[in-house]
Design a binder for this molecule. Structure first.
Ligand SMILES: Nc1ncnc2c1ncn2[C@@H]1O[C@H](COP(=O)(O)OP(=O)(O)OP(=O)(O)O)[C@@H](O)[C@H]1O
Ligand SMILES: [Mg+2]
Length: 148
């Protein structure tokens, strides 16, 4: 089995960190030799997960942190994005396309659907009051396999 590599990042759940975390995860993913398309898929999914922590995670609770853990190995990238905020009372419902608790803020309820589309696996663990963890996996076929 190939060696695996890990990183953990904790930052405040504030708007500027959406681009920072997206970029940091993309930089970490480079070791798997992804295509530009694969990197873009990862950035899109991470952006949705982190935005959710910022927009919904600490609603009514003031502020808190986002922790992002990544591991790379065996041609796979695992990403876990978590907050210690309000949690999601009904995860199945929240994952439905177009379900949003913030329609007045021009949210479209597409975040989880986008994560699911751009990644190979998505798991959401949450309960009201206990924070949220979103685990995603991307299999990296990489440039080497696409040479011809
Ligand atoms: N980290 C989180 N903490 C608390 N609630 C969350 C979190 N992430 C998602 N949710 C809940 O799940 C719902 C669906 O999330 P989703 O990302 O699919 O849509 P959205 O954020 O409402 O809209 P969009 O992502 O299209 O802007 C949210 O409206 C919110 O109620
Ligand atoms: Mg969202």
């Amino acid at each position: 089995m190939k060696e695996s590599n890990e990183m953990t990042l904790t930052v405040p759940a504030i708007g500027v960190n959406e681009a920072f975390v997206r970029g940091a995860v993309a930089a970490f993913a480079v070791q798997l030799d992804p295509t530009v398309e694969e990197i873009n898929d990862i950035k899109t999914a991470v952006s949705e997960a982190v935005t959710n922590c910022i927009v919904h995670g600490y609603e009514g609770k003031g502020s808190g942190d986002i922790t992002v853990k990544c591991s790379a190995g065996g041609g796979r990238l695992h990403i876990a994005v978590s907050d210690a905020g309000v949690g999601i009372p009904d995860v199945a419902r929240a994952r439905e396309m177009f379900y949003t608790t913030k329609p007045e803020q021009e949210r479209s309820g597409m975040g989880f659907a986008i994560m699911e589309t751009f990644m190979d696996a998505l798991e959401v663990e949450s309960a009201a009051g206990s924070g949220t963890i979103v685990k995603m996996e991307k299999r990296i076929k990489g440039k080497a396999d696409k040479a011809d």
